[in-house]
Design a protein around this ligand. Structure first.
Ligand code: CA
Length: 743
């Protein structure tokens, strides 16, 4: 987050009008094409999903988030392969009508696709034709968007015995009738008075649906809960960090964990450790694996000033799924202070290491090390860096602990650290190809300037990091600008978990690319941030096919078969943490059209509508007289309250309005929006708890000043000198597709 400093001044790629339209909610009702025949089919399809079918992993279906409980995300289908991938083309597409990030992995069963999108909406489609069978909108209060650190995204539904399960951004877990999309039960999973969200896909083990939550940036205590799939009744809850010792402990695990939190009152902010994404399950060992997140606040010198590992932050925790009891843990980043979550995708595989067959769990968490762990007992096997890093030198093979470097310690002075808080790898799923033996990683190579926030004070409605973002706000140094632009990297890595070495790599033009699918056809599929959906050779990374889709892809593809034909599907919609919080320009192929579900097959004959693109410059700034002090106050307030969505320097390239392009109407209503909440129903919260009209006007002064700076920079010689780097940043592309976004 906030990696890209001054570039953000330049970046203007979004039209306020279309963004507001995209945020406007679900007022554009879609045709409901539900028929008796299709509801029966959808109901029948989902009714066949149970533990046995997920374990069996029938190749024509995709029954669980990672396809099977081992979460390998590898399809045994090989009809589409190296010999014929040239003939792969679009079979159907369906526009979601939203312009927020889409991160979901679809569930596909017996010809029906169930998927989710922005604002926790759920759709059922005929997976062969794309016909919409039903949709469900949980009517999330748009004002809850203020607690979604990383966009109002959802990573997918779960299906089980005739029902579809969705966790919502406002913290509910809802069971839907798979045939009709009607709610069967709808429960609140949240502890009261804390800003939790749910973005992860539920997993279902033995008639229990398991879900965690997010919110560690704001200040919460992490936990996962299992509910009865039929009734929604709570079966068990496992807290990932201890609460206030004065209140007693829920379990022995929490009593032991509390010994690793030394000094401080972590429970006041919450402690963190949220399990907001990955899980895996080994039915033979009967172990459920949970990936846990960063500390709340981030800064350990504030959170736990006496030191300690702070269990179970940034850990893989193995639980007994029958009762939620702790079995073992492995902590990737003891005492995390950099937002190095271990919520990243975990893969189970049986591989041979030193001539010994080993049951392993593999993870590439944010901290930059690729881990191979014995999944029977949590024993460390090996770890090596899969991205450039400077916070640690290596993982000690004796202790299994990272050896920290002074380069990562920001207790006393600001440090430029790799990886940054977006990690060497974020939530974007990896895949494991049993035949090549390789793990494919959608890797990020990004840096971040961390500094201690010496004035930290818990503020329950806002981010609570204890890490100062003011330090990383734009400076007007052209050399640094260019350096920043050039430092933004992302690549696809093929990693050998046995030798712990990279076998091949594809460097991408930009970062924050999509999750992965590998197939028995010798292919690795990945959507990219530059608006292309691509296939690479699984053995050497050669690009063998790609297709433009007009919007950046971040989700992972799936594969399935109907009537003997293989399909590849991916959900495309630019957004998420990087899009919101960075100011790095989008690549020209990513024009931020509305989100789409795209399905490809050999000889597909569908065509995307042509996207008309208009390029805009920053408009002439509004007239406003302001003092340097007022601007400085605005900069401070903007950094604390606005930048996480509107981008540092007000130059977001994500789906939220870029304020440099605000028109007269927005400026006229500025205080009514910022203090009065005039656009709460569109996802823009009010900040009356944090500022009055004077503060709101100071922010306005800062935004106007940034617009002036941007215009000056884009008209300067620097643009002539570095056209490739600065042209995309100086021209906002606006898509005006015939099929415009309605929500
Ligand atoms: Ca985090």
């Amino acid at each position: 987050m906030f990696h890209f400093n001054i570039i953000t001044n330049l970046v203007k790629r979004y039209a306020l009008v279309s963004a507001i339209a995209a945020l406007a909610g679900c007022d554009a009702a879609q045709d409901n094409t539900t028929t008796t025949a299709t509801t029966t089919t959808a109901a029948n399809a989902a009714s066949s999903i149970n533990g046995e079918s997920i374990i069996r992993g029938d190749a024509s279906n995709w029954l669980s988030n990672g396809r099977t409980y081992d979460e390998q995300r590898h399809s045994p289908l090989d009809q589409i392969n190296l010999d014929n991938v040239d003939d792969l083309s679009l079979a159907w597409y369906w526009n979601t009508g939203t312009k927020r990030g889409l991160e979901a992995t679809p569930i596909v069963v017996d010809g029906i696709m169930f998927t989710s999108g922005a604002w926790s909406m759920v759709w059922a489609h005929d997976a062969k034709t794309g016909e919409l069978l039903w949709e469900f909108d949980p009517q999330v209060d748009r004002a809850w968007a203020r607690y979604a650190c990383c966009d109002v995204v959802n990573r997918g539904v779960a299906a089980w015995k005739g029902k579809i399960y969705i966790g919502t951004i406002d913290g509910r877990l809802i069971a839907l009738d798979a045939g009709t999309g009607e709610p069967v039960w709808d429960i609140n999973t949240l502890l009261p008075d804390r800003p939790y969200t749910i973005t992860g896909a539920p997993r279902i083990v033995k008639d229990k649906v398991v879900i965690g939550n997010g919110g560690a940036e704001y200040g919460v205590r992490g936990y996962v809960t299992a509910y009865n799939t039929e009734t929604g009744a709570q079966e068990w809850r496992f807290y990932t960090v201890p609460g206030n010792p004065a209140d007693g402990f829920e379990s022995d695990a929490m009593r032991e964990a509390a010994k690793t939190w030394i000094g401080g009152k972590w429970w006041e902010v919450g402690g963190g450790g949220t399990a907001w994404d990955s899980m895996a399950y080994d039915p033979e060992l009967n172990l459920l694996y949970i990936g846990t997140g960063n500390g709340a606040p981030w800064n350990r010198y504030i959170r736990s000033p006496g030191g300690g590992d702070n269990l179970f932050l940034s850990s893989i925790v193995a639980l007994n799924p029958d009762n939620g009891e702790y079995v073992w843990h492995y902590q990737t980043t003891p005492g995390d202070t950099w937002d190095y979550t271990a919520t990243q995708h975990m893969i189970l595989a049986d591989i041979e290491i030193n001539q010994e067959p080993r049951k392993v769990i593999m993870q590439a968490p944010k901290n930059g090390f690729f881990y191979v762990i014995d999944r029977t007992n949590g024993e460390f096997i090996s770890a090596e860096a899969y991205v450039p890093m400077n916070w640690a030198t290596h993982v000690d093979p004796e202790t299994g602990r990272p050896v920290e470097s002074p380069a990562g310690n920001y207790a006393n002075d600001s440090k430029r650290v790799k990886p940054g808080p977006l990690g060497g790898h974020n939530w974007h799923p990896m895949s494991y190809h049993p035949e090549t033996g390789l793990v494919y990683i959608p890797a990020l190579d990004l840096r971040f300037d961390y500094a201690q926030d010496n004035a930290f004070k818990h503020s329950p409605k806002d981010w609570n990091l204890g890490t100062d973002f003011k330090e990383t706000i734009p400076t007007a140094d052209p050399a640094e600008l260019i350096d920043n632009l050039q430092s933004i990297r992302g690549f696809l890595a093929a990693w050998d978990p046995v030798t712990q070495k990279e076998v091949w790599r594809v460097e991408h033009a930009t970062t924050w690319n999509g999750g992965l699918l590998s197939t028995a056809g010798g292919l690795v599929f990945q959507g990219r941030a530059d608006g292309q959906f691509a296939a690479y050779r699984a053995d050497n990374g050669e690009l063998v096919w790609e297709s433009p889709v007009d919007v950046g892809i971040i989700a992972a593809p799936v594969s399935y078969a109907i009537d003997g034909e293989q399909y590849i599907s991916v959900v495309a919609g630019w957004g998420g943490a990087y899009a919101l919080t960075s100011g790095a320009p989008r690549h020209k192929g990513n024009v931020l059209t509305e989100g789409r579900i795209l399905t490809f097959k050999l000889g597909g004959e569908a065509q995307l509508p042509e996207t008309q693109i208009t390029y805009l410059n920053v408009p002439e700034p509004q007239k406003m007289a302001y003092s340097p002090e007022q601007r400085a106050e605005g900069e401070l307030l903007f950094a604390r309250y606005c930048a996480v969505c509107h981008g540092p320097g007000a130059g977001t390239v994500g789906p939220i309005p870029n304020l440099l392009y605000s028109g007269e109407d927005v400026h006229a209503a500025w205080d009514a929006i910022v203090v009065g909440g005039a656009r709460e129903n569109k996802g823009m919260p009010k900040f009356d708890h944090a500022m009055d009209v004077a503060g709101s006007q100071a922010i306005r002064a800062y935004v106007i000043d940034m617009a002036k700076n941007t215009i000056a920079l884009c008209e300067s010689d620097l643009r002539v000198q570095y056209p490739e780097l600065l042209n995309p940043a100086c021209q906002m592309s606006v898509a005006t597709s015939a099929e415009s976004a309605g929500r």
